[in-house]
Design a protein around this ligand. Structure first.
Ligand code: ADP
Ligand code: ADP
Length: 235
């Protein structure tokens, strides 16, 4: 069954209704794309799922259990990780060190103090390779990588620290054609590894390249919710 499931979920900020009546499900090995113009409610939706906001209508379930998340920490504890567009990476730090920055967010899950640097590098290297990411030098500052590569490191890092569902907030918005292709490839790799992915994007072509399900929001409500088999670009 789905890891994350929303039924009739809504959110009001005071008397501003940002989201209303939204259904959404994310299952292991599935990419759910969320599309919509500015103001459609995409950020509000992902803030609810990532624990930054609480819904004011409907039901939000994780593994079938109704939840009300109090913080991003709560979401992470349940395996929901968010990779934001502006990436929580430190540009001047080596790639391998950035890989373990997430460990502060996952205390208790990884005995960081008992790891020596060589083991951290080895782990980062193995985890990146498992995602099909081959970097010849993990000592280079992460800021020297391309935008697509930096995203990939952030995705591999989330997977390493136990994410079951990845929320990717406009991961291709700031990238060119080639770098977007790199990120789409890693989204597909995450799906292959059995993760559920919520892919927020403005770009219908990017969505179509990796999506199993498409959710289009408009003015805070569902305009379309359709499985891949139900939609076609050839019309
Ligand atoms: P999107 O991410 O698709 O651009 P948002 O979720 O940011 O959409 O916004 C949906 C609607 O809710 C907009 O009309 C926006 O102005 C409003 N909104 C978003 N956040 C808040 C907030 N914290 N307080 C009041 N209104 C908000
Ligand atoms: P919750 O406690 O449900 O997670 P918040 O505490 O984040 O929600 O509430 C958001 C508040 O912050 C709103 O009531 C509003 O006053 C303010 N706010 C934040 N972002 C915006 C925005 N984009 N537009 C208007 N108000 C905003």
């Amino acid at each position: 069954g789905p890891v994350v499931e929303l039924s009739g979920v809504g959110k009001s900020y005071g008397n501003i209704r940002a989201l209303h009546g939204v259904d959404l499900a994310v299952s292991p090995g599935q990419v759910t794309c969320v599309l919509g113009d500015n103001g459609a409610g995409k950020s509000t939706l992902i803030k609810i799922i990532s624990g930054l906001h609480q819904h004011t209508e409907g039901e939000f379930r994780i593994d079938g259990e109704p939840v009300r998340l109090g913080s991003p920490r709560d979401a992470l504890d349940r395996g929901i990780a968010t990779v934001y567009q502006d990436l929580a990476t430190v540009p001047l730090m080596p790639v391998w060190r950035n890989f373990f920055l997430g460990s502060e967010l996952t205390r208790g899950r990884w005995p960081l103090r008992r790891l020596d640097i060589a083991l951290m590098k080895k782990t980062a290297d193995e985890e990146l390779r498992a995602m099909g990411i081959v970097l010849d030098d993990l000592e280079q500052p992460i800021g020297s990588l391309s935008g697509g590569q930096r995203q990939s490191v952030a995705i591999a890092r989330a997977v390493h620290f136990g994410a079951r569902v990845l929320i990717l907030d406009e991961p291709t918005a700031a990238l060119g054609v080639k770098q977007s292709g790199v990120v789409l490839k890693y989204i597909a790799a995450a799906r292959e590894r059995g993760l559920g992915v919520i892919f927020i994007t403005h770009n219908p072509h990017h969505a179509y390249m990796v999506g199993d399900h498409f959710t289009v929001l408009r003015l805070g409500t569902l305009e379309l919710s359709a499985a891949r088999a139900e939609v076609s670009l050839e019309e």
